[in-house]
Design a binder for this molecule. Sequence first.
Ligand code: HEC
Length: 420
Amino acid sequence: MDPWVQEWANLAVRWAHVLAGILWIGDSFLFIWLDARLSEPRRPLEGDVVGEMRMAHGGGFYEVVKRRSLTEIPPDLAWFKWESYSTWITGFLLLIIVYWAGGRAMLLDAASPLSHGAAVGIGLGGLALGTAVYHALCRTPLIRDPRAFGAVGLALLLAVAWGSTQVFTPRAAFIQVGALLGTVMASNVFFVIIPAQAHMLASTAAGTPVDTSYGARAKQRSVHNHYLTLPVLFTMVSNHFPSLYGNATPWLVLALVVVVGVGVKYAMNFRGRSHPLALGGTAAALVAVMAMTRPAVPASPGVDAALAASPPVSFATADAILRARCVSCHAAAPTDPAFAAPPLGVVLDSPEQVRAHADRIAVRAVQTRTMPLGNLTGMTDAERALLGAWIAQGADTSAPGPARLPPAAAPMASPEAASP
Ligand code: HEC
């Protein structure tokens, strides 16, 4: 895809996706909150009224009454389904624009034997299969026990996260898992929640008694969706956090953050009535994942004694490595055909620019090994160590010194490899 077209398609769809997601998750939060309030009625309820409450907002007062059924179908009934559908549609488009139509390096490590097409096929198949497994699980007796269902769900998620990191680059794997969670959520709305409501309305129209088990099932799925909101939001912002997806066991990081997300939502819903064990588990997961992502090599130059004490590395060496492995993308005018402009504005052309980015270079190329993207340019371990040593020794760009390149510092891979 032409990089300029891709940039604009990316912006337009991302903008819509964020907006739709805010609306959908906002609805989810509002209705779960409403239901919690409605289930604590302050006066006796009549007929099929489940609960009622009053709210102040925007210079007026709203009186909300929830009923299990209606006697007739109001012409102005609001459905709340397009927030969900449009979030999924824009999300799927974004997956295509950024990962599937982007360069191979967006999905796969350069060393992976898979073709770009095969990776896209696995991604697509994974979404369909994962969603089908979730719906099958909902048809087992497990669904009656939320804790057991949650435990099995988490085990499956762990398996999916592990499998995804075996196929994709960790960054793409996080998005793949997020896309699966989002697909499960949207499919709940499309296949269960909206049809259940339509069925209840059809009974109303036909004048037959409304089977409220449909409503109960829809509610259950909407609660599942609700608990997935924070995990799915994390996966969506996760690609800004290389120290998380760049961890040695990224699937475990992902699973722990999902536990934290579900736990935080639980605490938000139950507040003072939260079970201490659930709160303790959430806190433990957070501490564990924070400890796991603490780099073995501290980020600040000069702090790491081992690298700092290794034989001095000259700027000429570091610069030659950056030139061979990074500037095809990180230049004012990238030569990599997949990028019209340097990614995130990071340019490594001049010594000043390299110095300014030294800390992040250490994080991305030495500690988390999340750069070069998909290791497209074939950076070697020896080069990472040399670059790390140069930064740990103070990232001095003033003394050029002799270049000391390891034998493997061959010219970078051909730019064709990057083209979408
Ligand atoms: C094939 C293109 C490509 C190559 C080669 C490449 N990068 Fe990147 N780089 C990207 C993209 C895309 C992003 C933005 C996405 C991201 O942050 O993962 C990025 C972002 C960055 C950032 C900014 C994000 C942050 O965490 O601060 C730094 C720093 C960086 N790269 C350093 C490097 C270094 C050092 C090398 C060489 C060892 C390198 N890159 C090689 C594509 C590339």
